[in-house]
Design a protein around this ligand. Structure first.
Ligand code: GDP
Length: 677
């Protein structure tokens, strides 16, 4: 455990994470030459969809030896649509290495990644400012932006020598050495001022990590090398310092020294050995060590053509060995470990066991999904990561009968892999609704179903579960009488129909006395009513929040039947309903929208154009949170608008609040649509 480092790479889309991995793999001798994202020959982005898009969609793992340390790097997609992959990786690694582009600055995807990590204090963080070779690269400006916009405390450890086409390497501030072309050299004299300025920043940051350091700094004006190294290490672990590095992954400049520093400064699984678990459902911390009952976590699964399901696993404590059986508390099943591997992208090497703190992959493990625990101690479960709740919703409709038959099963597989996707059946609209982080994520699922499983389907905006109700009390009466040859039909009912409190649904009451309607027919009346309210009366939506009381009626000893009373009840309800000022109810959701302050005005005026009602505003960190009530019909496609209004930086959470009367012009449109159909 001591000689292991587990990192996951996050940050700006296109900041160079995959390219960085290629360079370190080439330097470590794992691959002959670094692949190129543009040429589609990288080891880390190997799926056909990733090659086509030229960017990561799934996390991938590279395991290699770096100067005697076992390094496990998880490359996660920078695209915010796949932020779930980043959250899953938090369960596998001690540290996050945040990639920023020296020329793109504080992009929305970088902000999102940092925002997600800031709330997970147990993850140590470092920042790599990459693309230092680009024309408009500006290390200091990006560092300043991160300092201003995030709650991290970035402190430079390596600063660039030159920028753009002049970028040659870096100066390591603590070692007081330059690294140019992979070689250690004295600090160039022209760098002295920059080094002095950055060193002061580093001294100040380390001084803030403890009172003892602060005293030394105030007394002596600076900290020595040993104090800096010691303060840095503890500061990183306590989240008080985020070390910053500079490199150019594409030109392989300062990549090796950056990885050296990350390995040195970031903690091993032994140093960061507190595992959050649930014991019999209650939160607890257990220690990561080799000699403990085995506990491992499947932080991600993936379907691979010709291989089947691949499970990415992290051993939390104890050992994972082939041939052993483990309990999976999330499913209640037992699974046997078949083949176990170390991996670099798609290339795998068989191993017999994985020890505490190690990562690997399991192939052909049946009955396992992403976020499953493998445990020997039945009472333990690894605490799952907090995943973002859905922002978009679409119904998924099979194109043919054949596709329909296969859709359920293959969707299940996809949902087992990506836990940011959800499939819910809406009883009211009788639709299966797929929800996720973005429309492009759902479109990719559709493409995967088609390309990988040969199941074709369409994504459509879901139906809104409107309901019908009434506004006033009425009485209604229906006499059902038919005489056509043989036995006739007869039933007569008198109803009092009244609105009830919102959310109370349908209520039925019989106050029949003296047997004017025999007891045996009362259930038929209720059944007739229920069938009618399920289909809807004026606009085809289910009826709710009404009470029907049957208080009188009559019957015929020969011609009355259950069917006749069902018909009479249905007709009496329909006639009464139309006379009782029917209205349409629409679902309203509460939304909390988190946006940078400069976009508040635009977001609020857009909300009012969507019939939204702002109920409050508050500050959260450097952002504003707008609380509002928004009709569900406006929510299904709200996210793309919010993204475009806020340059991709706005986010929201939502939940159902209540049903509310729909304004008459919109209700009339729904009623007209029903008569057209
Ligand atoms: P990721 O999305 O963070 O994994 O970024 P990639 O590694 O896929 O890189 C995105 C694009 O930037 C690709 O075209 C890379 O060739 C390019 N790139 C990566 N690193 C650098 C760099 O250091 N300098 C320059 N100029 N381009 C880079």
């Amino acid at each position: 455990m001591k000689e292991t480092r587990n990192f996951f790479l996050v940050g700006g889309a296109g900041a160079g994470k995959t390219t960085f991995c290629e360079q370190v793999l080439a330097s470590a001798g794992v691959i002959g030459r670094a692949g190129s994202v543009a040429e589609g020959n990288t080891v880390m982005d190997f799926s056909p969809q990733e090659i086509e898009q030229q960017s990561s969609i799934n996390l991938s793992l590279a395991q290699f030896d770096w100067k005697g340390t076992k390094v496990n790097i998880i490359d996660t997609p920078g695209n915010p649509d796949f932020v779930g992959e980043q959250m899953m990786a938090t369960k596998a690694a001690e540290s996050a290495v945040i990639f920023a582009s020296a020329s793109a600055g504080y992009q929305a995807s970088l902000e999102l990644s940092i925002g997600k990590l800031e709330v997970i204090p147990e993850i140590c963080k470092a920042i790599v400012i990459n693309k230092m070779d680009q024309k408009d690269a500006d290390f200091k400006a990006v560092l300043q932006e991160i300092r201003e916009h995030s709650n991290l405390s970035p402190a430079p450890i390596c600063i660039p020598i030159g920028q753009g086409s002049d970028f040659r390497g870096v100066v390591h501030l603590i070692k007081q050495k330059a690294f140019i072309d992979g070689k250690e050299q004295p600090v160039p004299t022209e760098m002295e001022d920059d080094v002095q300025e950055a060193l002061e920043m580093l001294n100040e940051a380390v001084a803030q990590t403890s009172e003892q350091m602060l005293d030394i700094y105030l007394e002596k004006g600076e900290l020595d090398q040993e104090q800096l190294l010691q303060g840095l290490k503890s500061g990183i672990r306590e989240g008080l310092i985020t070390p910053v590095f500079a490199c150019s992954a594409i030109e392989d400049k300062a990549v090796g020294v950056t990885l050296d520093c990350l390995v040195r400064e970031l903690p091993s699984p032994l140093e960061d050995n507190k595992i959050k678990v649930l014991r019999d459902g209650k939160p607890e911390i257990v220690e990561a060590k080799d000699d403990a009952p085995a506990l491992a976590y499947i932080y991600k699964t993936l379907s691979e053509e010709s291989v089947g399901t691949v499970c990415f696993v992290r051993v939390m404590r104890g050992k994972l060995q082939t041939g052993e059986t483990f309990y999976v508390p999330e499913t209640g099943k037992k699974v046997k470990i078949g083949s176990l591997h170390k991996t670099v992208g798609k290339k795998r090497k068989d191993v017999h066991e994985l020890t505490a703190g190690q990562l690997g992959v399991l192939v052909k493990l049946k009955d396992c999904q992403s976020l499953n625990t493998l445990t020997k101690d039945d009472s333990l479960q690894v605490m799952p990561p907090v995943l973002p709740s859905p922002y978009v919703w679409r119904t998924i409709v099979a194109e043919s009968h054949d596709d329909e038959n296969k859709l359920g099963e293959v969707l299940d597989k996809v949902l087992h892999e990506d836990k940011t996707l959800h499939l819910d059946y809406n009883e009211k609209t009788r639709q299966s609704v797929l929800s996720g982080i973005s429309l492009s994520q759902l479109e990719l699922i559709k493409k995967k179903l088609s390309d990988f499983y040969n199941v074709k389907c369409q994504l459509q905006e879901p139906k809104v579960p409107y309901m019908e109700t009434i506004s006033k009390n009425v009485e209604s009466h229906y006499r059902h009488k038919k005489q056509s040859g043989g036995r006739g039909q007869f039933a007569e009912v008198y109803f009092r129909i009244s609105p009830v409190k919102r959310g109370e649904g349908f209520k039925f009451k019989s106050s029949i006395v003296g047997g004017v309607i025999p007891k045996g027919f009362i259930p038929a009346i209720e059944k007739g009513l229920k069938e009618t309210i399920a289909k809807g009366i004026v606009a085809g939506y289910p009826v709710s929040d009404i009470m029907v009381e049957v208080y009188d009626g009559s019957y015929h000893t020969v011609d009355s039947s259950e069917a006749a009373f069902k018909t009479a009840a249905s007709m009496a309800l329909k006639e009464g309903f139309v006379a009782a000022q029917p209205v349409i109810l629409e679902p309203i959701h509460t939304v909390q929208i988190n946006v940078p302050a400069e976009y508040m005005g635009d977001v609020i005026s857009d909300l009012s154009s969507r019939r939204g009602m702002v109920s409050g505003m508050s500050q959260k960190g450097k952002n504003q949170v707008i609380e509002a009530q928004l009709p569900l019909s406006e929510l299904f496609s709200y996210f793309p608008t919010l993204k475009s209004l806020t340059q991709g930086r706005g986010r929201f959470i939502q939940k159902f609040s209540h049903y509310q009367i729909l304004q008459p012009d919109l209700a009339n449109k729904l009623i007209a649509q029903k008569s057209e159909n």
